[in-house]
Design a protein around this ligand. Sequence first.
Ligand SMILES: Cc1cc2nc3c(=O)[nH]c(=O)nc-3n(C[C@H](O)[C@H](O)[C@H](O)COP(=O)(O)OP(=O)(O)OC[C@H]3O[C@@H](n4cnc5c(N)ncnc54)[C@H](O)[C@@H]3O)c2cc1C
Length: 495
Amino acid sequence: MPLDPVTRPPAPAIATQLPDDLPAPPTQAQLEALVAELSSVAASSAGEAGKGLVLIRAGSELERLSRDFFSYSPVLTPLLQDRLAQLVVKASSTEQVQLVAGACARHRVPITLRGSGTGNYGQCVPLAGGVVLDLSGLNQVRQLDPLSGVLTAEAGCLLADLEQQLAPHGRELRLTPSTRRSASLGGFIAGGSGGIGSVRWGFLRDPGHLLGLEVVTVEPEPRLLQLDASASAPLNHAYGSNGILTAVSVATAAAVAWQQLVIDFSSWKAAVAAIRALPATAMVLNGLCLLEAAVARNLPCPGGHGQPPDGSSAPTLCPPADGHRLLLLAAPDALPALEPLLGAMGGRLVWQAPERGCRGVPLRELCWNHTTLHMRAHDPGWTYLQMLLPQPELPALEALKQRWGDDLLWHLEAVRQQGCQRLAALPLVRWRGPEALLELMEQARQLGALLFNPHVLTVEDGGLGVIDADQVAAKYAHDPAGLLNPGKLRGWSER
Ligand SMILES: Cc1cc2nc3c(=O)[nH]c(=O)nc-3n(C[C@H](O)[C@H](O)[C@H](O)COP(=O)(O)OP(=O)(O)OC[C@H]3O[C@@H](n4cnc5c(N)ncnc54)[C@H](O)[C@@H]3O)c2cc1C
């Protein structure tokens, strides 16, 4: 159902300039004082904690660590491409994070936090210079509770490494972005939202995923806080603007030997009916993505060493897309029911292979924003949008297609949203300038879609447009001088 017009979020806008209340970048004198303090701690034989602290003051490494994947947005690119840190600091322990936080607070130097820098909205780009604090060195698993499966790990752990460590215990992460191989746990919590697993588990901000945080405050004498699940919630998807996460506790799931399946459809309506129907069955699914034929044709095929659907043992390659393409991650016990069901729905199973041990491109790296990545590799004139579709979906999909033709190519993902099965869309959008993008977003909104705008800079503008008082309160409590990631929390700027 379209949203009630009264509760519908305000008309979409895109970023046209940097926030006008950004603090001036630290002066050379402030910076020199900070560097002198950090260098002396790093060199001092008495300061054991500071050893191994790495400072980078210039060069291509400083440039690389000041950027993320904002280039998917032609709106954000001109605003962010010249924004650089004045200093990058690489920490590898909680004590080092406390040292850096305290020194930055005393010298009043802004800090922008970085995990792996795979965010798409410039979340870890320093808007006001200062320090980029790289947390990828905090990479230890602290605990896996054998009874509950709750995992506590340092924030810089790569999600793929965590999966490897969970596997021998029969556990896996519930939710991962399609960047699982490169993204960090802290970056996913602070900057991500969902992805593989969202068809089953919803989104990261749903209560029950994030169970606790260890947080360093940014004050002259930083505190190390242990937050429970409810105190952690305001730091979830706050772009690192209201606390430095040093460790994260999350719920995990029993591991499943996921099977990758590729199904082609000649009818778009039948394919949409299938992506709507499959999550309503008793089959256990972990990913369900539908690509319009023009997208599927331009994407690599997954794997390379699958078993043919007829059960013969000769390995087979996944064929290029012949029509619209459904990509599916399903539990092995779903397979006997899936194949006849998909056939009855007008789909052809063209390839399947177990995910584990499969070489080549994993199917999960064709979904979510990896679809955008592959399409942009093919033609950088594509950008994208993110939205939750109104129900029923087909009228909105058709109305938008009718207006925008081949400038809008559909990419749908099945998700669970507040307990209900829904379809999200990450359509490829041909860049025709800001006016066309705004018109498209407004039409989608009028049709009842809920937009998650990737062409804005603040936490609020990329979400529902409203200020979350709890996020702002957490910033008051953990970063009273407003030094963390300046310009990203609109509720702080407008306080
Ligand atoms: C090809 C592609 C596909 C993607 N697919 C998905 C997807 O499926 N789902 C999804 O949600 N996202 C997706 N993303 C976005 C991004 O990869 C994920 O959100 C990822 O989890 C970010 O992790 P990171 O370590 O790279 O975070 P970063 O980019 O380093 O940081 C993200 C944000 O978190 C903050 N941050 C980082 N570490 C900390 C910390 N320790 N404490 C406090 N704040 C911190 C940063 O300041 C920044 O604001 C995709 C991006 C690309 C390029």
